[in-house]
Write a protein that binds this ligand. Structure first.
Ligand SMILES: Nc1nc2c(ncn2[C@@H]2O[C@H](COP(=O)(O)OP(=O)(O)OP(=O)(O)O)[C@@H](O)[C@H]2O)c(=O)[nH]1
Ligand SMILES: [Mg+2]
Length: 382
């Protein structure tokens, strides 16, 4: 457990306080203990120290007072800013990108997940190399220094470049394998439904409730990194392939979205997305916008979507289905944790899937293609 000072600069951005709360949750998810939270207002970032030298000295005093070992910024810092701040504070500085990468490194379970995280970590580190050596002391490990990329930290830029190329090639191969699996599923005509949403919205809890499964669900950000697919029987010979996958967050490092594209291709090719929203969160609307933005980035914005207002138990929302003008379901309010509204959801899924099956399949059915993917997934090995 690492004593940590959290820092955020308010430039007048939307929901600044909520994003600071989120930073606390992220920090805790990585094993940090926040001992102090410092915020200040500025018009724009300072080129040298991001928050200005006066404020930086104030933080150094706090670091000394609390004997903190780490300072985490709620922003992406330029490598030079990070170094200047480390000089002032005398302890390590981690930016928001580094923190998210660290959590991904801690959680990655599958072979592919580890490769994806390693790739982004190396790309991130390559920008922080000075004359072949890393500026900060990285021998002792700790938050921001863990994960599959850790062993590579001493490599120089050129070696990192080669390693990055190799990882990309490996990932491309895995992506081709996945594509073949997906083609098989498409041929079998199985209706595929992907659960998407902001991190901690309750996606895995909903997945478990619908599949009687036991993938890892917890009050942590990024509890899930790998995709798991299961067959769900909805009655009268009608079943679907349901997938649970990694959640999204505001300012998700672009490199991560890029690296996880292979995992998320699945989402882009689904027949229906269940967009799970934590209806009890005051940030739900910006969270939905952020999810929509990332769905667009991965090419999944054209897939039909149904909004699942989850955690209805926390906000006195009655389980209900709302329909749009064409009579198709638009949103359903449920409590995945307490099983409220799930019958409505199953009923609605049954209806949509039945309509899909009434169309003749493109090709002859192939048997149970999701099983191969289940075997390759390790999300439930936690
Ligand atoms: N009160 C309440 N809590 C819920 C509900 N659904 C999920 N939770 C809780 O919300 C937390 C997050 O649940 P997960 O299912 O892990 O969320 P997730 O969307 O899969 O999160 P990531 O995988 O981290 O992106 C857990 O503590 C759940 O118990 C619900 O309907 N009501
Ligand atoms: Mg999850």
């Amino acid at each position: 457990m690492t004593k940590t000072v959290l820092v955020g600069v308010d430039f007048g951005q939307l929901e600044f306080d909520l994003s600071m709360e989120e930073l606390s949750q992220l920090a805790e998810s990585s094993g940090a203990i926040p001992v102090s939270v410092v915020t200040c207002k500025r018009k724009s970032p300072d080129a040298r120290t991001y928050l200005g030298s006066g404020k930086a000295i104030e933080i150094r005093e706090l670091v000394e007072f609390h004997e903190a070992e780490l300072v985490i910024f709620n922003h992406a810092l330029a490598p030079a800013q990070q170094r200047n701040l480390e000089d002032v504070f005398g302890v390590r500085v981690l930016d928001r990108t580094g923190l998210i990468l660290d959590i991904f490194a801690l959680r990655a379970q599958s072979h592919e997940g580890k490769l994806q995280v390693e790739l982004v970590q190396l790309q991130h580190l390559a920008t922080r190399l000075i004359k072949g050596a890393l500026y900060v002391e990285r021998q002792q490990g700790g938050i921001g220094l863990r994960g599959p990329g850790e062993k590579q930290l001493e490599l120089d830029r050129r070696l990192i470049g080669e390693k990055v190329k190799m990882l990309k090639a490996k990932l491309a191969k895995l992506s081709r394998q996945r594509q073949t699996q997906r083609k098989q599923r498409n041929r079998s005509g199985t209706f595929s439904v992907s659960i998407v949403g902001y991190t901690n919205a309750g996606k895995s809890t909903l997945f478990n409730a619908l599949t009687h499964g036991n993938v890892y669900a917890a009050n942590q950000l990024f509890a899930t990194l790998d995709t798991t697919t299961r067959k769900v029987y909805l009655g009268e010979g009608c079943s679907i392939a349901l997938s649970d996958t990694v959640g999204f967050i505001r300012e998700l490092p672009h490199g991560l979205v890029e690296a996880f594209k292979a995992t998320l291709e699945h989402t882009a090719e689904a027949d229906l997305l269940l967009h799970v929203v934590d209806a009890s969160s005051p940030a739900r609307h910006t969270q939905m916008e952020e999810v929509a933005r990332i769905l667009k980035e991965i090419g999944a914005d054209q897939v039909p979507q149904c909004v699942i207002w989850n955690k209805s138990d926390l906000c006195q929302r009655e389980p209900e289905v709302s329909l749009n003008l064409c009579g198709t379901m638009q949103s359903i309010s449920v409590s995945a944790r307490f099983g409220l509204g799930l019958d409505l959801l199953r009923g609605a899924l049954h209806e949509v899937a039945s309509q899909h099956y009434q169309k003749p399949p493109e090709d002859a059915p192939v048997s149970e293609p999701w099983e191969s993917e289940q075997a390759s997934s390790s999300a439930d090995n936690h």
